[in-house]
Structures are given as structure tokens and as C-alpha cells.
Design a protein around this ligand. Structure first.
Ligand SMILES: Cc1cc2nc3c(=O)[nH]c(=O)nc-3n(C[C@H](O)[C@H](O)[C@H](O)COP(=O)(O)OP(=O)(O)OC[C@H]3O[C@@H](n4cnc5c(N)ncnc54)[C@H](O)[C@@H]3O)c2cc1C
Length: 434
């Protein structure tokens, strides 16, 4: 029997567990560890609450967790509660699937002013992440700005623009719903350093903006190259540009009180305000020969008492694991003997949920090649882990505990909403009588 520990219960962790279970069958036990008693990583804490169909991928992960030989062990923070060396003593291989939970910094003046928040914080706040439950973003001003030209920036801008009615059937947490319902924000400006052809936004997410109840997208046709240039784009990107061109050709709906303004070729220079964010000083850019943004020297101000930066993420280092450029140093997923990385912890924060699948399968293949199914090494696995944690006063949770938590969340849901998430570990744990 082989024992494997997958650290992190997001998509990458679950795809890896699934691949290992397939490769080893009855010849391995796979434990998926997570710092929280609730699984699924960014499926729970990142993917937008009004995109429920995407969150349904967790049903597939449920099946993995329920399969013989796979266990979920929550409430264990690797690197703090237990070291990597200790885990490698207990398991035949350890696979880090810890994601990339930290916001990349802009590195400009005023970034630390109150009112400037990272997208991980803002997204965590509306998605019930325990670290950000008390964020209390300022929503009392009329102008907000989101810096970044990817789907996370779109998520943030859309959530700021929706009405209470549009959140029906979502699992946005109650505190965020109430605060957003009272918000004064009328204009959300999305700033990108380059132009429409360089966006990392996908057609589905852009298309939604044309159907918001209270907000109209505003796009300037002068930002586009001649329409013939669209031919050179790959089909998905071409679709996105077509949608943006349609927005540019449609005057904002006068019956809608809010605007979502796309400000392309806009490089934030600094954030200013009297003790809190009030405006962004922006430099107009143009594309250089290599397609990078080059400042033109022309500056202007974008009013914003809430500034959300959505320019990418980095992983958390873990003591004694080589770490560089925001992720674990690895070669095709292998970090060192019996230690591997998958998902965002391996590649950095790019790609969709499905992109993490091949990662997991590739690493499982490498492990199966290094320790073929049927070969044995008597490491203690979960039993040893639980003993060690107990000796440190740490009480791990299991998959049945998660189901109890989930049942209570579903029972507490607002009418029409799939669940009302608990936002703090003590609330989860009190459901379990701990
Ligand atoms: C705001 C946002 C919205 C997104 N929306 C979409 C979308 O609509 N569609 C789409 O396809 N993709 C979307 N993505 C991308 C998708 O969420 C990622 O591709 C995916 O979640 C990455 O998986 P992962 O397993 O590597 O990391 P994660 O999902 O982050 O999982 C990491 C897990 O590791 C745990 N962990 C971390 N450190 C430790 C530790 N030290 N000890 C124990 N456990 C630990 C965490 O608690 C977490 O459960 C979105 C991403 C973000 C940020």
C-alpha cells in the first residue's frame, strides 16, 4: 500500500487525487489536506457567486472524495501545523496544490491608502472567505475603479454593478449582499494598460455586461485598430473584440443609472487622496513595436474612492520548499524527491478550472512511474498524521464533517439561494460541536 498526501483541495488537488486513484486503484490511500474544514479552494472562494453553473464542477470532486481510498482532511495548515519534512516522513509522496492566494502589487504610490483593495480580498469578501469577512470595502462613493483587463477584473466590476434582484439564485454572502445593495457607486471604470486586442477577458463574461439590469457598458471606438486587424486574432479573442465593438456602437441606455467604462491604454501612475483613495492619476499609453504599453506623457485623473487591483496572484511559500517568482520551483511538477506541485502553485495563476486537470494527471503519471502500483513502502499515512496533529492539539476534520457543514449552509440559505456560507472557522466548527 502507498500513501499520498495532496495539500490543497481546489481543482488541482482534486484532479491529482482522481488521477492517483485511477492509477493505483486499491493499492494506495490518498489524503487531500486543506487548511479549512470546507473543500474546493477557489471554486468556493473565488469563482463568482452569480456563476453557479461553474461551481457545479464541485459535484465531480464530491465523487472523488467519496471514492474508496480517498479522504478529505480539513483544518490542517501545512507549513504551520506540520512541516513538509514531517509529511514526507508519513507519506510516499506529497503533492502541493496550494494555489496562489495573494494579490500581486501594482508597486505605485498610494497603493496602501484605505480604499485600495486587492481582488483576492474583494472577491474573498463577497465569497465568504474567512480572512476577508471584515474587509468592509468603501461603497459610499459614486466612483469605483478596477485595475486589470482579465476575467477577475470583470467579475469585480460586474458584482459592483448588479442589483439585489440580479443576485437571486447566487450564493453571495449576506454581508456583501446588504452592503452592495446600499452602495452609492454609479460608475465603475476598468483600466487596462494596453488596448482591446490585448485583453484577457473571455466572450461569455463580456457578453453578460450587455444584459445588466442597471448598468450599461461604455467603450470608445477610437481605442480599436481598423476592423480588418481582428482577422488575425484567435477565434475566442475575436469574439470578445466583436462584443466590445458592439458596446462601442451602442449608446448607453438612458434608463440605466450605472455605467461600466472601459478605459484602455491607461497606466495608473499613483493613487491620491486625503488619507484615503479619491482618484487615480493615469498616463495615456500607446503600443510600442513589440506590443508593450509605452507612456505618452499625457496624464489625467480617474475618480475612485474604491480601487480594486486585479493584476494577478502569487502563491504562499512553505518553509523548506524552493520558491521563486510567486510559485514553487519545479520541473514539470517535480520539486524534489517525492515532492511535487500542481495547479496554480506549479504554473502560476493562469488558465481555467479545467487547465488544472492535465497537471494533476501528468504528476500522477510521474509518481506511478517512480513507485509503480503494487510496490510497497510502509509509511504510516493518515493514521500517523492524525496522531501527530493530536499531540499538537490540532483537530482535523473529515469529509462527513464537511457534509454536515454543507447541510447547515443549505438549510440557512436565503430563498432561491443555494446556500448561506459560514464565513469564520469557529462557525463551521461549532456546527460540528467543537
Ligand atoms: C476570482 C477568481 C475567479 C475565477 N473564476 C473562474 C471561472 O469563472 N472559471 C474558471 O474556469 N476559472 C476561474 N478561476 C480560476 C480557477 O479558480 C483556478 O484555475 C483554480 O481554482 C486553481 O486551482 P488550484 O487548485 O491550483 O488552487 P485553489 O483553487 O486556490 O486551491 C488551493 C487550495 O489549497 C489550500 N491551501 C493553501 N495553502 C495551504 C496550506 N499551507 N495548507 C493546507 N491547505 C492549503 C487552500 O485553502 C485551497 O483550498 C477564477 C480564479 C479567481 C481568482
Amino acid at each position: 500500500m502507498r500513501n499520498f498526501a495532496v495539500v490543497g483541495s481546489g481543482p488541482a488537488g482534486f484532479y491529482t487525487a482522481e488521477a492517483l486513484a485511477k492509477a493505483y486503484g486499491e493499492n494506495a490511500r490518498i489524503d487531500i489536506l486543506d487548511r479549512y474544514p470546507v473543500p474546493y479552494g477557489l471554486i468556493r472562494f473565488g469563482v463568482a457567486p452569480d456563476h453557479q453553473s461553474l461551481k457545479a464542477v464541485s459535484k465531480r470532486y464530491d465523487k472523488v472524495a467519496e471514492s474508496a481510498g480517498v479522504d478529505f482532511i480539513g483544518n490542517v495548515t501545512v507549513g504551520a501545523d506540520i512541516s513538509i519534512a514531517e509529511l514526507l516522513g508519513l507519506y510516499d509522496a506529497v503533492i502541493l496544490a496550494t494555489g496562489a492566494p495573494h494579490d500581486r502589487k501594482l508597486g505605485i504610490l498610494g497603493e496602501d491608502l484605505p480604499g485600495v483593495v486587492g481582488s483576492a480580498e474583494f472577491v474573498g469578501w463577497y465569497n465568504g472567505h474567512p480572512d476577508f469577512a471584515d474587509l468592509d470595502p468603501p461603497l459610499d462613493g459614486t466612483h469605483a475603479a478596477v485595475i486589470g483587463n482579465g476575467n477577475v477584473a470583470l467579475d469585480c466590476a460586474r458584482i459592483l454593478s448588479k442589483t439585489r434582484h440580479e443576485f437571486e439564485a447566487s450564493d453571495i454572502v449576506g454581508h456583501a449582499l446588504e452592503a452592495l445593495d446600499q452602495a452609492a457607486i454609479r460608475t465603475v471604470t476598468i483600466l487596462g494598460r494596453r488596448g482591446p486586442h490585448q485583453i484577457a477577458m473571455t466572450p461569455k463574461e463580456l457578453g453578460e455586461l450587455g444584459h445588466l439590469e442597471a448598468s450599461s457598458p461604455v467603450v470608445d471606438i477610437a481605442d480599436f485598430p481598423p476592423v480588418e486587424a481582428d482577422e488575425a486574432l484567435e477565434p475566442g479573442q475575436r469574439k470578445s473584440i466583436t462584443i466590445l465593438r458592439e458596446f462601442a456602437a451602442t449608446p448607453p441606455d438612458a434608463a440605466k443609472p450605472k455605467r461600466m467604462v472601459f478605459d484602455f491604454f491607461a497606466k495608473p501612475l499613483r493613487i491620491e487622496g486625503d488619507g484615503k483613495a479619491d482618484r487615480i492619476v493615469v498616463e495615456r499609453t500607446e503600443l510600442d513595436e513589440k506590443g508593450a504599453a509605452r507612456g505618452t506623457g499625457e496624464t489625467y485623473e480617474v475618480p475612485a474612492s474604491l480601487v480594486i487591483t486585479a493584476i494577478g496572484y502569487s502563491s504562499s511559500p512553505i518553509p523548506d520548499v524552493p520558491f521563486e517568482g510567486g510559485k514553487f520551483v519545479n520541473e514539470q511538477g517535480r520539486i524534489s524527491d517525492r515532492l511535487y506541485a500542481v495547479g496554480w502553485a506549479r504554473r502560476g495563476p493562469t488558465g481555467t478550472i479545467g487547465t488544472n486537470r492535465p497537471d494533476g494527471y501528468e504528476v500522477a503519471e510521474q509518481i506511478a512511474a517512480a513507485m509503480p502500483p503494487g510496490t510497497d513502502r510502509d509509511r504510516p499515512g493518515a493514521e500517523g498524521l492524525k496522531q501527530l496533529l493530536q499531540s499538537r492539539g490540532i483537530m482535523p476534520t473529515d469529509y462527513d464533517d464537511w457534509r454536515k457543514i454543507e447541510e447547515t449552509e443549505v438549510a440557512n440559505a436565503r430563498p432561491g439561494s443555494p446556500r448561506e456560507k459560514f464565513v469564520r472557522p469557529h462557525e463551521w466548527l461549532s456546527v460540528l460541536g467543537r
